[in-house]
Design a protein around this ligand. Structure first.
Ligand SMILES: [Zn+2]
Length: 236
């Protein structure tokens, strides 16, 4: 591994095949599709904290976040409040939008597609972040596929698939070193989720791993994405 990292610092002796850093400047209005409260922070929180300074960022929570049964009756309301706090922590001024689909049992439907279309028409984003198509969580994969189909027929320019349960085939990387503390604070807002999994260490592990794509030298943190056009989606 060290030999590999060292080879990356040699000037153009061999082509560097690692994903390039993503240019954030084209993002004007950004929509983030989150299946559950916490996905927005885990998958792209560091990037959103950067984008919130220059773009209009909107979060859309697709399911009601109630855990799909077996949790206290106020879980949905509690997790929505946690997500709003996380959004504010990331510097996102807009209120979180809700579609209240069933948690753990999301199924593609004409109702979902038209509700998402209405949100997209109203917000008019040019970038959309969404979960990875082949994520192992069924809600994530189904929401990703259904949303990608809807976004094909929109004026959205770029889709940015983020990673949570399953790594994406990364095309781009974003340096989140300067927003890592904000991202960690946003994840701390998701107290309910943190009771059920050590998401903090998982997130830091993934973001440390993705930082291997950044120029070597200092300790850094990164988020990786699979980026494609919305109309000509070569990942579908
Ligand atoms: Zn999720």
């Amino acid at each position: 591994m060290w030999r590999f990292i060292k080879s990356l610092s040699k000037p153009a002796a061999q082509p560097n095949q690692l994903p390039p850093q993503l240019d954030l400047s084209p993002a004007r209005r950004v929509l983030v599709i989150a299946p559950h409260p916490d996905d927005e922070t885990l998958g792209c929180g560091g990037t959103l904290a950067r984008l919130a300074r220059s773009a209009d960022v909107h979060l859309l929570l697709v399911t009601n976040g109630d855990g799909g049964g077996g949790l206290p009756a106020d879980t949905s309301a509690k997790r929505k409040a946690e997500m709003s706090a996380a959004a504010r922590t990331l510097g996102i001024a807009n209120s979180v939008l809700h579609l209240d689909e069933p948690d753990g049992k999301f199924a593609d439907s004409p109702a979902y597609r038209s509700a998402l279309s209405a949100v997209v028409q109203r917000i008019d984003p040019n970038w959309v972040f969404l979960p990875w198509l082949n994520d192992t969580h069924p809600d994530h994969a189904r929401i990703s596929r259904a949303s990608s189909e809807v976004l094909r027929r929109s004026s959205v320019e770029s889709l940015l698939y983020y990673e949570t349960w399953t790594p994406v085939p990364a095309t781009h990387v974003v340096d989140i070193t300067e927003t890592l503390e904000i991202k960690k604070a946003a994840l701390q807002c998701h107290a309910t989720a943190l009771q059920y999994g050590n998401y903090m260490d998982a997130m830091l592990g993934l973001n440390a791993y993705r930082a291997l794509y950044l120029p070597p030298g200092t300790r850094r943190w990164a988020e990786a994405f699979a980026v494609t056009g919305a109309k000509k989606n070569d990942l579908l």
